[in-house]
Design a protein around this ligand. Structure first.
Ligand SMILES: C[S@@+](CC[C@H](N)C(=O)[O-])C[C@H]1O[C@@H](n2cnc3c(N)ncnc32)[C@H](O)[C@@H]1O
Length: 283
């Protein structure tokens, strides 16, 4: 009788074991394909890494992007991959390259992982995955974080740069580069030259346009508007064609601070605050 019970338990356990080892067979959202080393070099070049950077590779494969970056620029890096075999390889490769003190490899699903600490991000996924990931990038990353993607874009979020990477295997390869923009949309108020300035900014990703009203009336169009991370620049022209007012500053949450410069002169510190209720999603 005892023997029969053991047999029944063993039969029940076999599928469980198969399931748990099946659990190790991670479900990949994108298959494992390595980025060629010379393309990795071009990706790192676009990121312009400094030793203070923290680079994440989302779906890190054998860890080559993080390891190459750590070796060449001294950055710290984190590789995330859902497949435990890739994480094992990455850790072994980091030890062999003597960068294991500056690199960490985590077996995680990139859609559930925390990469808010990144200052730079690399990825080689698929177009639909980039699009699925995009809201999380905007939610989690700090403005100014640089992002490179081997071969795949992010839909209607236009890249700041698109660079030809080379002819490789299945055809032409490109690298896409973005700087994650701050959200500067909405209505901002501050004083300049004893006049009340109200800036109204409309924004879609890093593209911005807007107008400036002075003391609640004249609405001047703003020109040459750029936003790179948290750095904003624009030009306001008054009725006087010789008067050109250039603003350059940084936005942090609901505060924007910087310098206003007229055609001549050293510039005046300018600070404005945004009514939070006027900010819109930019993604
Ligand atoms: C195309 S490979 C890129 C590898 C490496 N970044 C490179 O460029 O050489 C994509 C990697 O993403 C991993 N992956 C697939 N789905 C994932 C997910 N949901 N979370 C984390 N990694 C995933 C795969 O295991 C694979 O190693």
């Amino acid at each position: 009788m005892k023997g029969i019970v053991y047999v029944i338990i063993a039969v029940l356990l076999v599928p469980c074991a198969a399931l748990s080892s099946g659990g190790q067979e991670a479900r990949l959202d994108v298959p494992y394909v390595q980025t060629e080393d010379y393309i990795v070099d071009k990706m790192l070049g676009l990121l312009e890494l400094r030793s203070s950077d923290i680079l994440y590779d989302l779906g890190c494969g054998d860890g080559r992007i993080i390891i190459q970056a750590a070796k060449k620029t001294g950055i710290r890096g984190v590789g995330i991959d859902i497949d435990p075999r890739r994480i094992e390889e990455s850790r072994a490769n980091a030890i062999a390259a003597r960068v294991d003190d500056r690199t960490v490899f985590l077996q995680q699903d990139l859609f559930r992982s925390d990469f808010a600490g990144a200052t730079a991000v690399a990825m080689f996924l698929l177009p639909e995955l980039n699009l699925r990931l995009r809201p999380k990038l905007f939610r989690d990353l700090k403005p100014g974080t640089r992002i490179v993607s081997h071969n795949f874009d992010m839909g209607d979020w236009e890249p700041d740069k698109k660079v030809f990477a080379g002819l490789w295997g299945d055809g032409l390869h490109y690298i896409y580069f973005w700087v994650l923009p701050a959200n500067v949309s909405g209505r901002w108020q501050g004083y300049y030259d004893k006049e009340e300035w109200t800036l109204t900014i409309r924004q879609r990703f890093q593209r911005i346009e807007g107008s400036l009203s002075v003391n609640g009336c004249t609405a001047l169009p703003l020109t040459d508007m750029t936003l790179t991370g948290d750095t904003i620049r624009f030009v306001a022209r008054s009725g006087d064609p010789n008067r050109r007012i250039v603003f350059e500053g940084k936005a942090a949450g609901n505060i924007m601070e910087g310098l206003v410069k007229e055609t001549s002169g050293a510039g005046t510190v300018w600070k404005s605050t945004r009514d939070p209720a006027t900010a819109n999603p930019i993604e």
